[in-house]
Design a protein around this ligand. Sequence first.
Ligand code: ADP
Ligand code: MG
Length: 384
Amino acid sequence: MSAFPNPSAVQTKSVPTWRQQDAKPFVQIEQITKQFGQFTAVNSVSLDIYRNELFCLLGGSGSGKSTLLRMLAGFEEPTSGRILIDGVDMTGIPPWERPVNMMFQSYALFPHLSVEANVAFGLKREGIKSPEVNRRVSEILDMVQLGHLAKRKPHMLSGGQRQRVALARALVKRPKLLLLDEPLGALDKKLREETQFELMRLQDELGITFVVVTHDQEEAMTLATRIGVMNNGEIVQTAEPHEVYEYPKSRFVAEFIGNVNLFDGVVVEDERDSVSIQSPDLDALLQVDHGISCAPNQEVSVAIRPEKIYISREPVDIEVNGAMGIISDVAYMGSQSVFKVRLASGKELRITQPNVSREMGSRLTWEDNVYLSWDPDSCVVLMS
Ligand code: ADP
Ligand code: MG
């Protein structure tokens, strides 16, 4: 596979910890397995998370995200493997003795207590003196922009405000590691987006390491420093968001993150810096501008994102990385249009195009004959 272009070369800010060779991980998950009876919910997961990361565990329902998070928190004992936090082995250490706090999806606020009393609750229970409690509560409420609502009861708050109370309550104890299980699950789309930015700001200001569980790939893409993609109890890829999107390691990841066109085929030519693949779905040869290490005639899939395909009514060269087809569906979605194009083989491709002008005249539409093409560096070869 071609080397992933090293972003540290273009980045002017300091190199993130996880890209540094000798950085010390803050959380070390070592071959963690969790079985419930015969069922393996988490299967030999190894993962390093670094200080100040906002790490997202992303996967479908039942993939083992919450179980992994609960083992970090100490609510669940691993069947095998171990977890180190800040260099300390957490085996046998109960939740309340870990430098960890967890925010649950159901915010579980005390209904009879005011916002500030809800936030103060944990500190008081720890025996911290009132002036200190008051100072820390008002500081954190200001930070989540709830200072003006300190006296309200939970039922007088909106969903988003309740979510911020729960967040304040988790943050006020200054954990080194904050675990959030689907923290924005109960919010509507617009509020989710606003809150995502707020989470990122808070994480940045407080310098706490966040691990966020979500099944929403857009949310993970927005929030994360890195994403661990989970499937069937395993982490199938760990990478920065753009890398997960541009260089998925498997069909599963490619299809889980965004939309993708996949061609199944066989390798017909494997050079050092290019590979050619023949697919029954396509008359043209697929050419990818990097080598792969594979056996001759190996079966692979080629993935191409919908926005990387050019579409036009004007004939273009389609002997390599191209196709001719008929538009079978069009969806106008404001900022972009989505086209489905049916090829002679019956294969349907998805293509998106930004809507740059308002002009309707030249727009592509149903039943148009079109030419499709794409660049060799827009394709990713997937072996599994
Ligand atoms: P996710 O959070 O990714 O949706 P979970 O970690 O909650 O997934 O669950 C993973 C799998 O483990 C699911 O199939 C779930 O039914 C199972 N599971 C979770 N907790 C228990 C439990 N306490 N007993 C038995 N099975 C469980
Ligand atoms: Mg869950």
